[in-house]
Design a protein around this ligand. Sequence first.
Ligand code: SIN
Length: 279
Amino acid sequence: MSYSHIQVQSTGAVGAIVTGIDLATFTDEAFAELQEAFAEHSVLFFRDQVLTPDQHLQFAERWGEINVNRFFAAVENYPSIAEVKKEKEQKFNIGGGWHTDHLYDQIPAMGSILYALEIPPVGGDTLFASTCAAFDTLSDGLKETLLGMRAVHSSRHTFGANSKRPAEFEDRFSNEDLATQDAIHPVIITHPLSGRKSLYVNPGFTLRFDGWTDEESQPLLQFLYQHIGRPEHAYRFQWQKGSMAFWDNRATWHWAVNDYHGHTRRMHRITLEGVPVAA
Ligand code: SIN
C-alpha cells in the first residue's frame, strides 16, 4: 500500500508508526489512509499528539461507536474514557499479561485507543503480538484441526466477585456483578478488515475448547499461547507522553509491562464496538 497523506513505517509482524498527522485535525483523505494502515498493520502508533479528552473522543468516533467499559474506573466527567493508571505506591498494573480485550463478549470490541498522559522515566512499555502472523506460522496440519474448533471465553474469573484480584485494584475496577459474560467463538476467525486468518484465544479470558474438558484443553491452549507470544510475532512499544496506540483486538494480543515500581503511569483508553466474529 502506498500512502500520500501520512507516513507509515512497519514495526515488523505487528504494528506501524504513523507520522505526518495531527490527530486533532486531519483530512478525510488522511483518514482513509489511516483505515488502510489499520487493516494492514493491526496496531497504529503515533507520537507527540496533544489531545484533550474531547479530541480523543472525536478521534475515536471517526472509527465507530464507543464501547463504555463496565469494569474500569472512568475519567472524571468522561464516562466513555477508561483510566488505566498505576500509582507509584501500587504494585499491580492493569493488563500485565498477554490478553485480548472483550473476548468474553458475544460481539467483541474491535479495539482500543490508548493515549499516554504520564509515563515513568524508564519502563511501562506495551508488548503487542500478531495473532494473524501466529496463524500463518502454524503447520498445515494444526491449522486444519483448529479451523473446525471453537473456544469458550469468560469475564467471570477476571472481573467477577470470585476473581482473585489484588485489594489495591478496588478503586480501579467496579461492577463485579456485571461480569456474567461467557461467549463461544471460532478458534480461528477471518479478520473482518484484512480477510487474514487469526488465532482467537488468549490466556486472559479463554477457558477451554468447546466440547473439551479444561484438562484436555490446557496442553493445546498452552502450546498456542507460547506460539503466539514468540518474539518474531511481537513488537515492544516504548511510550512517551503524547504517544497513542490504536490496536485491533481481532488481530493482536497486548501486555502492559509492569517494571516501573515507584513511578506513576497514567493513560486514557477508549474502546470501540466491533462486529460479530466468524470463522
Ligand atoms: C490494557 O490492557 O488495556 C492496558 C495496556 C497498557 O496499559 O499498556
